[in-house]
Design a protein around this ligand. Structure first.
Ligand SMILES: *Cc1c(COP(=O)(O)O)cnc(C)c1O
Length: 810
């Protein structure tokens, strides 16, 4: 955008005066931030209306990306970078005596997601806009995002996330675009002419109100929309006002029950299934989104039978899978299409991404609950299921196993993944290995039936946030060495390989890493009072806490290292700082015990003078996007140690790689592709392969007790969990012990322990050769371009959605 520093200064002062009647010297920091926010929003929204007009008038095909979660983090910097005015703005404010970074720190971190899945949706929004693709997001405006984590006495304590407490300056409420959503009541079919029409009785009508967040691409005028729906009561509703007059308490009750729908994001844990409110949330935003899409489409005057040529709807995991039935409902009941035609259009419009093969994460709803809450939708699901089972039984005559595996309704449950697969023309996994496992194991029957629907789209991350924003010095190094073409085309980062023998470049790379490490050391000192050294290896595992991600394996290695140092204080190791950052779902008690254990080990290790600072352990509280941006650039070692076959892709692994960390990896998820990209000399691989893991699950042959009994190191560690070594009771870690021994070590922590310890020893050796290490680091950065979400999104656009860039001209 064309603007001068003087202009920004003038605009800013005007904003401050008009909004708060204050000058720079009187304004509080909140006001200074809000004034800047409002100003940047003005700049951002300049092309917004024009973009929507251009998409509509150009009659271009558009994508709507439906996701329960958008973990967008802070947006100010992204807007500034993408508008290309960050330096200008920083200078303009500096001349007014204002520090941009200080204002930027005021922005709330929009944590509308749990982890990787929600962050993926956010990276995709950034890439879609940057590629000038006509594509929008659709989700829920949760009043409270994922809880805030505090550690008290080593335990996780959950605090309410109140991110909307101060104005969320970027959003625009579109009160007049509200949509009514029906829940509950009775529905029966009545014959009107020669068609059946549903009649709704006594249903609860809830108003969905959209809040739009502008999504600006990098160096493009296009402004796409992230539409987040909020559940509100319609104050103009006649019934309501009579309630308000006659029965205030019932009115309040009603208001509460409506607003509850968009009140809080469900934390990701397995015990949530069966929660009626969660299902309500899912239908709420899906119905609001699809009704809007169809209404808008009809304004173009094209016949509804052309819908799939203009609209692609993507469902991110199964959370929005009810979209299959909702689109059918609208095409049948509202548009009056026959079943077969409605079905053909639905399947051509929808596409589905599978994010997990963990059985307990595959969504199921008790059919009675579903039918009661969504009576008309249930009828449609039943009919989809009936027709599908018929089709299967025709194709595989008498094969009841297949019907059992693939039916949507089974054992009194509705299986959302099955509904999504049957109702979509494309089903993708999120990394090569994951897609192979889907095709040949988990979804084998579906793959056999619909081979053409299955494809892989390896996840990605936006290099604008995770490199340019998070590690500006590294971005500058790239520009100084290979020019700036990589910013538009991240595959070009590969050119950095030309500098692998350039001592100056390697030295500068080392200095940048050191600078990031020193910043994190200062932060850790300030936040937790722990002294750490930037000269130590920074070994980082930051991600949701889950048994399959194996934070336990990591902490066992640290306990073992500690035990060895105690036995042999002169043991020669490179000093190392181990970082953990992880939230545990509030009802996931095993995960919470692991957090407690990490903190116990940290206390012990950090305060033991005999260790002499050789190892330190830091638990970073409240891991989220903002913290990730701070710590990931400082990593030397990226811990990606999930039990092979369990991590669908991972994206944390890509962020670390792009910032020059070496991956400590099992051959799982996208680690497999990182390994291929950098070569085995530039990654450290250990542990069972996915084949081995799946064979053990299928055929047995692993005995956890045997492994345990043959390894004195493990015996010492386990005894320390029980014998008061950490000054806690014998029961403190009972769930950890049970998870290891009662499940025959389900996630192969014992089994992979030895291999992991050896791999960590290898890291020590490698790090001692400074130049070698820097070359490994450079190789990782140079090959990370393939993981830019721009590449991923291009493939979604070409191969799934069939949409083309539509650039708004300057
Ligand atoms: C990238 C990211 C994740 C995903 O990390 P994985 O290591 O892939 O599980 C989770 N949370 C946040 C805040 C992230 O930025």
């Amino acid at each position: 955008m064309q603007i001068t520093k003087e202009q920004i200064k003038q605009d800013y002062l005007k904003r401050l005066t008009f909004t708060f009647a204050e000058g720079v010297s009187e304004a509080s920091i909140d006001h200074k931030y809000l004034a800047l926010g409002k100003l940047i929003k003005d700049y951002v929204t300049e092309g917004w209306a024009e973009t929507n007009r251009a998409y509509t008038e150009g009659k271009v095909k558009q994508t709507y990306y439906f996701s329960m979660e958008f973990l967008i983090g802070k947006l100010l910097d992204t807007y500034l970078i993408n508008l290309g005015i960050k330096d200008l703005c920083s200078e303009a404010l500096a001349e007014l005596g204002i520090d941009l970074d200080e204002l930027a720190a005021m922005e709330p971190d929009a944590g509308l997601g749990n982890g990787g899945l929600g962050r993926l949706a956010a990276c995709f929004m950034d890439s879609m806009a940057s590629l000038s693709l006509p594509a929008h997001g659709c989700g829920i405006r949760f009043k409270h995002g994922l809880f805030k984590q505090k550690i008290v006495n080593g335990y996780q304590v959950e605090k309410l996330d109140d991110w909307l407490k101060t104005d969320f300056v970027w959003e625009v409420k579109k009160a007049n675009r509200g949509i009514n959503i029906n829940f509950g009541g009775n529905v029966y079919m009545r014959k009107v002419g020669n068609k059946l029409q549903p009649v709704y009785e006594n249903c609860e009508v809830i108003r969905a109100v959209p809040y739009d967040v502008p999504i600006v691409g990098f160096h493009t005028k296009n402004v796409n929309t992230l539409r987040l729906w909020s559940a509100e009561i319609d104050e103009s509703d006649i019934n309501l006002s009579s309630l308000q007059r006659g029965d205030y308490l019932r009115y309040l009750e009603h208001k509460y029950s409506v607003e509850e729908i968009s009140q809080v994001l469900y934390p990701d844990d397995s015990s949530e299934s069966g929660r009626r409110l969660r299902l309500k949330q899912e239908y709420f935003f899906v119905s609001a989104g699809i009704q809007t899409i169809v209404n808008r489409f009809k304004k173009t005057g094209e016949p509804i039978t052309e819908l799939h040529n203009y609209i692609a709807i993507h469902i991110n995991d199964t959370h929005p899978a009810v979209a299959v039935a909702e689109l059918m409902r609208i095409l049948l009941d509202q548009e009056g299409l026959e079943w077969d035609e409605a079905w053909r259009i639905t399947v051509k419009t929808l596409a589905y991404t599978n994010h997990t093969i963990m059985a307990e994460a595959l969504e199921k709803w008790p059919k009675d609950m579903f039918a009661k809450l969504l009576p008309r939708i249930y009828m449609i699901v039943e009919e989809i299921n009936r027709r599908f089972c018929l089709e299967v039984s025709k194709k595989y005559y008498g094969d009841w196993n297949k019907i059992n595996n693939m039916a949507i309704i089974q054992n009194g449950n509705i299986r959302m993944a099955n509904l999504a697969i049957i109702g979509s023309h494309s089903i993708n996994g999120v990394a090569w290995l994951h897609t192979e496992i889907l095709k040949h194991r988990e979804l084998k029957d579906f793959y056999e039936m619909y081979p053409e629907r299955f494809n892989n789209k390896t996840n990605g991350i936006t290099h604008r946030r995770w490199l340019i924003k998070a590690n500006t010095d590294l971005a500058d190094l790239l520009v100084d060495t290979i020019g700036d073409e990589w910013v538009e085309n991240p595959l070009q980062i590969k050119k950095l390989m030309n500098f692998i023998d350039d001592k100056k470049v390697l030295e500068r790379l080392g200095n940048i890493k050191y600078k990031r490490k020193a910043e994190v050391a200062a932060f850790v000192k300030k936040a937790y009072g722990i002294e750490i050294s930037p000269d130590s290896i920074y070994d980082i595992q930051v991600k949701r806490l889950h048994a399959y991600k194996r934070q336990l394996l990591n902490i066992f290695h640290i306990m073992n290292l500690y035990n060895e140092l105690k036995a042999n204080p002169s043991k020669d190791i490179v000093p190392r700082t181990f970082f953990f950052g992880a939230k545990a779902a509030p009802a996931y008690y095993l995960a919470k015990q692991i957090i407690k254990l990490i903190n116990c080990v940290a206390d012990k290790v950090n305060n033991d003078p005999e260790i002499n600072g050789k190892i330190k352990v830091v638990f970073l509280q409240n891991y989220g996007v903002t913290l990730a941006e701070k710590v990931i650039p400082s990593g030397d070692i990226s811990e990606q140690i999930s039990t092979a076959s369990k991590e669908a892709s991972g994206t944390g692994n890509m962020k670390f790689m792009m910032n020059g960390a070496i991956t400590m990896a099992t051959l799982d998820g996208a680690n497999v592709e990182i390994d291929q990209a950098v070569g085995r000399d530039n990654i450290v691989v250990f542990g069972l392969t996915s084949e081995e893991v799946m064979d053990y699950y299928a055929h047995g042959g692993y005995n956890a007790y045997e492994t345990f009994n043959n390894d004195p190191r493990l015996q010492l560690i386990i005894s320390q969990l029980k014998n008061g070594f950490f000054g806690v009771g014998a029961d403190e870690f009972n769930l950890i012990l049970r998870n290891l021994f009662d499940t025959n070590d389900e996630f192969f922590v014992f089994k992979d322990f030895d291999s992991y310890v050896k791999a960590q020893e290898k890291v020590d050796e490698l790090y001692k050769d400074k130049e070698r290490w820097l070359k490994m680091s450079l190789t990782n950065i140079a090959n990370s371009g393939i993981f830019s979400s721009d590449n991923t999104i291009k493939k979604y656009a070409d191969e799934i959605w069939n949409i083309k860039p539509h650039k708004i001209s300057e």
